[in-house]
Design a protein around this ligand. Structure first.
Ligand code: TMP
Length: 214
């Protein structure tokens, strides 16, 4: 049996992460690797309910601290009820967003700071980290075109924030990847879906190759 691995896909809005997460999970299954495909915020009934509260808030919306707590609470439920049991059962987990989204959106662009976000994660999810985080980076014109194709004029409470917030998010992801090259792979998200998928599979080959029992 292949050693279980936890893979996260990260990036700003419109980078094609969700499509790539699906393709990656299918490719792993094709290779005989039992894989759980999941997403954040969400993945469990409780975390999906928190997702709805975060993306379509009531009243005047959440303050940044409450927002960070809600993401951490959703992640805690997701880790405890779905991700850890899957890993312990020997499956691979492909997760569309994880902790590094909170570091980028709430910690960096939301100005709460990295220490606070990591502290919430330490408490909520016992600091669980992916074995590899794939950051998909595209330029802003590509992201805007992909978002328009996906959402039209509709955006949620976080996707609809101003351009400067999203530029900060995108820059933060690239900085995270540069600061911890052993935990991240920076993937060029430009080009066709198949081209990007090929780059992702290439970045994962070392994990697949060392995937004997462990
Ligand atoms: P999605 O559109 O990729 O499903 O993600 C939902 C939104 O939530 C997206 O705008 C990114 C944001 N987000 C955070 O701000 N912090 C987080 O920790 C996560 C997981 C997502």
């Amino acid at each position: 049996m292949m050693r279980r691995r936890f893979i996260a896909l990260e990036g700003g809005e419109g980078t094609g992460k969700s499509t790539q997460a699906r393709l990656l999970a299918s490719e792993l299954e094709r290779r005989g690797v039992e894989t759980l495909l999941t997403r954040e915020p969400g993945g469990t009934p409780g975390a999906e309910a928190i997702r709805a509260l975060l993306l379509n808030p009531l009243g005047e919306g959440w303050g940044m601290r409450a927002e960070a707590l809600l993401f951490a609470a959703a992640r805690s439920d997701h880790v405890e009820r779905l991700i850890r049991p899957a890993l312990e059962g020997g499956r691979w987990v492909v997760c569309d967003r994880f902790l590094d989204s909170s570091r980028a959106y709430q910690g960096s662009a939301g100005m709460l700071g990295d220490e606070l976000v990591r502290g919430l994660h330490g408490y909520g999810s016992e600091g669980l980290l992916p074995d590899l985080t794939l950051v998909i980076a595209v330029d802003e014109t590509t992201a805007a075109a992909r978002l328009a194709a996906r959402d039209g004029a509709v955006s949620d409470a976080i996707g609809g924030r101003q351009a400067a917030y999203h530029s900060n998010v995108n820059a933060a992801f690239v900085e995270f990847a540069a600061a911890e090259p052993e935990r991240f792979a920076l993937i060029d998200g430009e080009g066709s879906v198949d081209e990007v998928h090929g780059r992702i599979v290439a970045a994962l080959e070392p994990l697949l190759a060392t995937g004997s029992r462990g």
